[in-house]
Ligand binder design. Sequence first.
Ligand code: GDP
Length: 452
Amino acid sequence: MTDTITAIATPHGTGGMAVIRISGTNAIARADAVFQPIRGGKPSEMAGYTCAYGYILRDGQRLDDVVLTVFRAPHSYTGEDVVEISCHGGRYLTEQILRTVLCDTVRLAQAGEFTKRAFLSGKLSLTQAEAVADLISASGENAMKAARSLRDGATFRRIKAASEQLLVILSDLAVWADYPDEDIPDVDGGALERRLEELLTELRNLLSTYDYGRILREGLHTAIVGKPNVGKSTLFNALSGYERSIVTDIAGTTRDVVEEQIRLGDVTLRLSDTAGVRDTAEQIERIGVERSWQYLEEADLVLAVFDTSRLLDAEDQALLERLPMARTICICNKSDLARTWQPEDYGFSDYIEISAKTGDKLPELEEAVAKFCSRRSVPAEDGMIANERQRGCLMQAIDAVQEGLDALQMGLAYDAVTVSLDAAEDALLQLTGERITDRVVDTVFERFCVGK
Ligand code: GDP
């Protein structure tokens, strides 16, 4: 027996339609009390997955004509009896219907409570439930595909498989420990080592998907770097579509980092226009330059800008030497002016020539960024680690398996190996939500909106 909750499931505001959801033991009885069908029986006489047309009544007055759908436990989103009322949109009307539904036995749902109930009744694993929040906020096709596959349980299945592998190893060790005098073949240390190594590889592969998940969620952290006056701010402005950085002819005007989130094709960039990198004695500018180097270290993608209308100098060369080439796209800018050097002459292999000022060839940059992203992408159906909580659990599991493997290789007693592997199993069960504290569950669902 659960208490019954209700909320408006659609966004607040004016729209053609809105949906009010009721879930819990009294959901159907409450629907009987507020709904008058035009034809057919009351909601309590309706089968699951059927709907009826009728009126919502309050104090005998018709509030709205609606379509009411009945879902019977356990075949519903939450696993409980659920009623959904599709009414006409509009904030006032929807709120009036919600108020009509609310009573002594039906209370307002908290944020994420429907999905939390789905998790608690075993309809969704925790990784699937988290994906529901990601689906709601997903921007772009790739982010949506990834969230969809998480929702369908791709990550859960992968973790479950690893966790089952671990359980088999643990049970082999337990048999040996519990019946040492019986005629049971000794644990094959070499085979055990191989099994643990395989498991570690799989867990590490899964961990490596985290970066791509973060890029989908937050966008690609992209730093525009270059010495002063090569056109960094002009490029930044061209990309973000409006003038934000100060563009001048005086070297060193972007003193700090300017940031903007933009969409380039299907990719979201968190774009940072950094201070021009050069040797300077001026204290404030020097701080800016230091930060530029730091951005260069940490960025997912570096757009390194050079000016082809002037010969490369020592500052350009210094930058070239510090570029993380695997994460860099070289931008040879000012292609509208006479060229004083050819990119190939300076060892550029991967570069694009553009004119940030005229916007010429920006589509090529878009293509290069899309290509860069696709190299880092993970097939959506493989599942991925989607947030910090999942990453933390997975890292704990990896450390614990590694500890077990170390213990084995050092020739320690199998008991020591078992202790580590138990800890790894625990971390994996926390990841899927099969063994988790109420506090963590609450934290996960707090990020949802009411009605989900
Ligand atoms: P930053 O210091 O690297 O950010 O450089 P700015 O974006 O402030 O540009 C420095 C100067 O170069 C400005 O006068 C820009 O108008 C000019 N500039 C930038 N990009 C181009 C380009 O593609 N072609 C030409 N001709 N001038 C450019």
